[in-house]
Design a binder for this molecule. Structure first.
Ligand code: GLU
Length: 451
């Protein structure tokens, strides 16, 4: 790979050597280091203090066995992870992901991204991430509960509202958080509401947390479009995925007057020229937990379902693309198709959904590009608002919470924009996000001594 300043190349080489076989982590580090050449040119003390090396090394990594019994009485074993990446700004904070692709490299890349994302929110939260290679697909409610309880039987000793505060991510929503928090509460004999976020309203959750990642990404893209003198009104939009992030992105884009014509899941995508029927999508995905083809079947003949081996959602012409499924879902090929079809803005709802080649293609074509660590920070920012409500034993209205979220997203946008300008790359939100996030964490670490 290229693009890293000479002075930083040995740091990257050491990260690769020390974390062999973890390509996603290398990719995430590479992308940040590409931006930091301009920082060390201006502030060489970051090199002298080995701050970059320290930031690339997680503070603590926990890997553990999760034994559980399935509905047939068979013992199953999964592997659990929690990577406590950086606590310079606050307790480790970041979601748990349940997906068969999870391994230590995936969790490390997510924890690394999370550290800068959380710094960008301006809230007092460090970075962490966890999960398991457990596949929730097709599992009964009882199996999910027993799995979550077994996971927490080990993980509880590493958590705390001032230590490490997990939340959801792919495969982990309100149901799983409830089971994990329930087991934590039992084991610790403490109703420690602030140890988990993404909780249901009934036991200490925050209003607008479920909506926050998708809403936040939409606010961010709206701010970018406004800088260019336009907005979502009347634009055609493609949103990949159909999980929590995608659904609430669609909801907010529609409320801003945009027309979302396509969404997807791992089995394929649907194109609905009349605009996605959000109530039906919520019913299919959230209530019935079915595949996206079911949306097309129920919607009738004007909607097409294209299986994933027959085409890509990025071939659908749109003006704004919001990848909200998973890492590296948008390749160079997808980016070229989007650019050829006239895309003007891309906002990453997922974590690192665009490959490095895709990012380069967007930037070279002058497409407004919002990297996930800035654009999808609304979820974790609202988690920090949930922690704030828990600490003060308060519960805010939806309006107040959403207003705070909108302000935070506007601030993140402006910070990235101004930082890019300050470092001589106007309009480069990737550079702006990486530098602004890095400097916040690095400055706190510098003040705390060699930690
Ligand atoms: N998993 C989400 C993210 O990637 C949210 C994390 C949180 O709320 O702690 O930012």
């Amino acid at each position: 790979m290229t693009g890293i300043d000479e002075k930083l190349q040995p740091i990257f080489a050491e990260v690769v050597r020390r974390n062999a076989g973890e390509p996603e982590f290398h990719q995430a580090v590479h992308e940040v280091l590409e931006s930091l050449g301009r920082v060390v040119a201006k502030h060489p003390h970051y090199l002298d203090l080995a701050l970059i090396e320290r930031i690339c090394e997680p503070e603590r990594q926990i890997i553990f066995r999760i034994p559980w019994v399935d509905d047939h009485g068979k013992v199953q074993i999964n592997r659990g992870f929690r990577v406590q990446f950086n606590s310079a700004l606050g307790p480790y904070k970041g979601g748990m992901r349940f997906h068969p692709s999870v391994n230590v490299g995936i969790i490390k890349f997510l924890g690394f991204e999370q550290t800068f994302k959380n710094a960008l929110t301006g809230m007092p939260i460090g970075g962490g991430k966890g999960g398991s290679d457990f596949d929730p697909k097709g599992r009964s409610d009882g199996e999910i509960m027993r799995f979550c309880q077994s996971l927490m039987t080990e993980l509880h000793r590493h958590l705390g509202d001032q230590t490490d505060v997990p939340a959801g991510d792919i495969g982990v929503g309100g149901r799983e958080i409830g089971y994990m928090f329930g087991q934590y509460k039992r084991l610790n004999n403490r109703f420690e509401a602030g140890v988990f976020t993404g909780k249901a309203l009934a036991y200490g959750g925050s209003r607008a947390r479920t909506e926050a990642t998708g809403y936040g990404n939409t606010y961010f893209v709206q701010a970018m479009l406004q800088k260019r003198g336009t907005d979502f009104d009347g634009k055609t939009v493609t949103v990949s995925g159909s999980g929590n992030v995608a659904i609430y992105t669609i909801e907010k884009v529609q409320s801003f007057g945009g027309k979302v014509i396509a969404c997807s899941d791992s089995s394929g995508y649907v194109v609905d020229d009349a605009g996605i029927d959000l109530d039906l999508l919520k019913e299919v995905k959230n209530v019935r937990r079915e595949r996206i083809s079911e949306y097309a079947r129920r919607r009738g003949s004007q909607v097409h379902f294209i299986p994933s081996d027959k085409g890509s959602i990025w071939d659908v012409p749109c003006q704004v693309a919001m990848p909200s499924a998973t890492q590296n879902e948008l390749s160079g090929k997808g980016a070229r198709a989007l650019v050829a079809n006239g895309v003007i803005a891309v906002g990453e709802g997922a974590n690192m959904p665009s490959t490095p080649e895709a990012v380069r293609i967007f930037q070279e074509a002058g497409v407004l590009f919002a990297p996930g660590k800035a654009a999808n920070a609304g979820g974790v920012a609202t988690s920090a608002l949930e922690m704030q409500q828990n600490a003060s034993r308060d519960s805010w209205s939806f309006e107040k919470t959403e207003e705070r979220l909108a302000t935070i997203m506007r601030n993140i946008h402006d910070t990235c924009h101004e930082t890019a300008e300050e470092y001589g790359a106007p309009g480069d939100y990737v550079l702006g996000a990486n530098i602004a996030g890095f400097v916040r964490v690095a400055e706190a670490m510098r003040m705390l001594g060699v930690i």
